[in-house]
Ligand binder design. Structure first.
Ligand SMILES: C[S@@+](CC[C@H](N)C(=O)[O-])C[C@H]1O[C@@H](n2cnc3c(N)ncnc32)[C@H](O)[C@@H]1O
Length: 234
């Protein structure tokens, strides 16, 4: 799985494959909005972005005035991220670190916020990753996961990175059992990423409307394919 992201062509095509075109743009904008909204005011905060990849979130955090450490196991992904940060004019606000999110060398509570976005579906030991996030944060953690009971179940096993689907209750317990409070879940994408990404214009805009309708019909958003979760450390 990690090897998948270390491949050079994966890093060079990562953003192009996921965040361009009508569907990709919708995904990128909506995710950015949700994540920034959940974090609130981050100006001046020290943020560690675990599994930063090509740094779309690290860059968004730096643009909001945060001091960011972007950590990833793949140098190729980070190199791409650095080039994007330079282009966005925030390279000097981000430190790019090659390392393993499961086992970092930072001291306890080195960061205000620790994020891990689109990485919980890749790791085997989610408890260990949550424990490391708790150790490193002074205040808050934020991560996301792909939800088992969603339309994603129909295509997930065909993906090349051995992506795992998770149960909402189990993921919430990862935080509540560790003593986090103010635990908040935000669910989205009843229509999963794959449909947005692989459908030609104007279908993604139609899916966006369907997603809106699904939210209206089921305010609890039970079958959302992506869940974002945040909590404060007690
Ligand atoms: C799907 S990408 C997500 C990138 C970014 N967070 C985003 O949302 O666009 C997953 C990233 O996690 C990284 N990764 C996987 N396992 C890791 C680990 N144990 N430590 C650090 N990075 C890891 C991969 O190299 C890859 O860049």
């Amino acid at each position: 799985m990690v090897r998948f992201y270390k491949k050079k062509n994966v890093a060079s095509n990562y953003d192009e494959k996921r965040f361009t075109g009508q569907g990709g743009q919708i995904i990128k904008e909506r995710e950015n909005r949700i994540v920034l909204d959940l974090l609130g005011d981050i100006e001046g905060k020290k943020i560690l972005d675990l599994g930063a990849g090509t740094c779309r979130y690290s860059i968004a955090f730096a643009e909001q005035g945060a001091e960011v450490t972007a950590l990833d196991i793949s140098q190729e992904m980070l190199d791409k991220g650095r080039a994007k940060a330079k282009e966005a004019g925030v390279e000097s606000n981000i430190e790019f670190v090659k390392g393993d999110a499961m086992n970092t060398e930072y001291k306890d509570e080195s960061f205000d916020i620790v994020t891990a976005l689109r990485i919980f579906h890749l790791v085997d030991d989610i408890k260990a990753l949550a424990e490391e996030m708790k150790r490193l944060t002074r205040d808050r953690v934020l991560f996301d996961f792909f939800h088992l009971w969603s339309l994603r179940i129909f295509y997930n096993k065909f993906l090349p990175m051995n992506s795992k689907l998770r149960r909402k209750r189990k993921m919430k317990k990862l935080l509540t059992r560790k003593g986090f409070y103010d635990v908040e879940l935000r669910k989205d994408f009843f229509i999963p990423y794959g449909c947005y990404r692989f459908s030609p214009k104007p279908l993604p805009k139609f899916y966006k409307k369907l997603d809106y309708l699904a939210r209206k019909l089921s305010p609890s958003r039970r079958a959302s394919s992506v869940v974002y979760i945040t909590g404060r450390k007690s």
